[in-house]
Design a protein around this ligand. Structure first.
Ligand SMILES: [Zn+2]
Length: 68
């Protein structure tokens, strides 16, 4: 099987890269995480995004409904 990840061809990949470009500045300490990004997980109908600030350790979470 030749299933590859990271090609940007799935909706989740597009959503992940969307969040990679925005809001990487920590609201707690102001650190801008250029190296990091939002990590996405999905359970089928909801995507959970998580970002951990490497400077102060603050964790931010966002959820997004894929379908209603
Ligand atoms: Zn921070």
């Amino acid at each position: 099987m030749a299933h590859k990840r990271g090609s940007g061809s799935t909706p989740l990949d597009r959503l992940t890269s969307h969040y990679d470009d925005v809001d990487l500045r920590c609201p707690s300490c102001g650190y801008e995480d250029d190296e990091g990004g939002w990590k996405a997980e999905t359970n089928g109908d909801t995507v959970l995004y998580r970002h951990i600030c490497p400077s102060c350790g603050s964790i931010r979470k966002r959820t997004l409904k894929l379908r209603s």
